[in-house]
Design a protein around this ligand. Structure first.
Ligand SMILES: Cc1cc2nc3c(=O)[nH]c(=O)nc-3n(C[C@H](O)[C@H](O)[C@H](O)COP(=O)(O)O)c2cc1C
Length: 209
């Protein structure tokens, strides 16, 4: 299966080749893979900033433990989730749904109420975590799309969300920085590309019950 070959090919790149840039066409494909990611109720409660600007990447690097991937990679994807989920976000989804299904919003009203009720039942801090989880599904599709395109990526949680939030003015946008993905091409010098995959065995990870 091609996906398994791709997953064996990829690894979390530590050293990118700063001279190699990902084409706009490929960036559009990666964006589409993220856009098509599933999310709970389809709410997609996150936004992704894509940073190519070298000066901004330099500013972000200290906030990401000085990791070289931030500046060496071609593009930096910053996955940011909504700090809260409000009725307006559910309404926005249903505007899209009513257009896609060519149905009047009133026909979808009972589903709208069900989702609004289910969202309201959660404590605000639970909603915040719930939103961030959805962003990880987008990250996963980024990783898989990159592997298929033979583009390298490094998912990154090694950063200070508050410092990144300040640099990107996320609070005023009601967003939390959740996870980063450096995207580009591996350097031939990166030793990590020769390391074997380390994963739990299927017996440990799965259990048929
Ligand atoms: C959510 C997440 C956060 C990660 N954060 C970092 C990071 O900050 N820096 C880094 O070099 N690698 C990071 N990694 C890469 C992991 O260390 C790597 O995926 C794991 O060791 C498995 O190795 P492989 O991806 O090379 O197969 C992260 C991976 C994930 C999924």
């Amino acid at each position: 299966m091609e996906l398994i070959n791709n997953l064996n090919w990829r690894y979390a790149v530590k050293q990118f080749d700063p001279s190699k840039k990902v084409s706009n066409e490929d960036i559009e494909l990666i964006k589409e893979a993220i856009r098509l990611s599933p999310s709970s109720f389809g709410l997609q409660p996150y936004k992704v900033f894509i940073i190519e600007n070298e000066a901004l990447k330099e500013k972000l690097k200290p906030a990401a433990w000085g990791q070289a991937q931030i500046t060496d990679a071609s593009h930096l994807f910053v996955f940011c989730s909504y700090q809260d989920l409000k009725e307006i976000h559910v309404d926005e989804l249903f505007e899209l749904k009513s257009k896609a299904y060519n149905k009047d919003i009133s026909e979808l009203e009972s589903y709208v109420s069900f989702i609004k009720g289910s969202v309201a039942k959660k404590l605000p801090e639970i909603r915040r975590v719930w939103n961030s989880r959805q962003a990880y599904i987008g990250l996963s599709n980024l990783v898989n799309a990159c592997a298929e395109l033979k583009i390298d990526a490094c998912p990154m949680e090694g950063f200070d969300p508050n410092a990144v939030g300040e640099l990107l003015d996320l609070d005023s946008k009601g967003l939390d920085a959740v996870v980063l993905a450096a995207v580009g091409y591996r350097s031939s010098e990166d030793k990590n590309q020769h390391f074997p995959k380390v994963r739990k065995s299927k017996e440990t990870l799965f259990e048929s019950i």
